[in-house]
Design a protein around this ligand. Structure first.
Ligand SMILES: CC(=O)SCCNC(=O)CCNC(=O)[C@H](O)C(C)(C)COP(=O)(O)OP(=O)(O)OC[C@H]1O[C@@H](n2cnc3c(N)ncnc32)[C@H](O)[C@@H]1OP(=O)(O)O
Length: 196
């Protein structure tokens, strides 16, 4: 996520990165943050006194965790921003929900809706007329075809392909490199080619 923030700032977007909020940062995480000359601001309690103009992004992939943190942020009256890497491309009629993170090389075509805190990782493509519900994470190099609906909190593993017109239920999981050829029910994990 830090690379997306850096690129947005470099391209002239008006962000000033304050740091990370982490309830239980590991030693390697602390060290990596220090090497980048960033800081861990504190745990979730830091947000209670954060300036109200602070915008927050959730750097966690698990949909249910994102939903839980988003509820806490809403209670605190904090807003989520939208981050779009300058190398991402976007067609007409694309709606990005609060907290959306669109990484480098992502291609969004037309008539697409992303819900709250949707993450589109590196080089993912989203076809026309696609609805991605709240807290979904789509990992690098995924190809989502046209007229697909992805239910809330779902995770699409790296390099998966989803064929056109399919419905993936809430909390579904698609394994890395899967080829999804039929609808996926709520809470179900599919993997392989074809995915089952
Ligand atoms: C920038 C980033 O890092 S973004 C993150 C990128 N990472 C991803 O996208 C992760 C995607 N996740 C996966 O593909 C996971 O392996 C999941 C979600 C499919 C795991 O599903 P689980 O059912 O928990 O798999 P588990 O690890 O228990 O393995 C069960 C079996 O499935 C196999 N398996 C696991 N993942 C896959 C997969 N993607 N495709 C095919 N087979 C798989 C395992 O080899 C194992 O087979 P075995 O029983 O014959 O030994």
């Amino acid at each position: 996520m830090r690379d997306v923030i850096d690129a947005c700032i470099a391209s002239g977007q008006d962000w000033d990165f304050l740091g990370y909020v982490d309830d239980d940062p590991s030693e390697p995480h602390h060290a990596a943050v220090a090497r980048s000359q960033d800081k861990v601001l504190g745990g979730m309690e830091w947000l209670e006194d954060a300036p109200k103009e602070t915008h927050v992004f959730i750097g966690i992939g698990t949909g249910s965790v994102k939903a839980n943190i988003d509820a806490q942020l809403t209670r605190l009256g904090l807003s989520a921003g939208v981050l779009v890497h300058p190398t991402a491309s976007m067609g007409r009629d694309v709606t990005l929900g609060p907290g959306s993170i669109v990484c480098a090389g992502v291609r969004l075509t037309t008539n697409i809706r992303l819900g709250r805190h949707v993450h589109l990782n590196l080089n993912t493509t989203i076809g026309h007329d696609v609805d991605v519900d709240d807290y979904v994470s789509i990992n690098p190099l995924v190809a989502v075809s046209g007229n697909v609906r992805i239910g809330a909190r779902s995770m699409i593993g790296t390099h998966a392909a989803i064929l056109q017109g399919l419905d993936l239920g809430p909390d579904s999981v698609v394994g890395g490199s899967a080829l999804v050829v039929k609808d996926v029910d709520e809470g179900i994990t599919v993997k392989g080619v074809p995915a089952r």
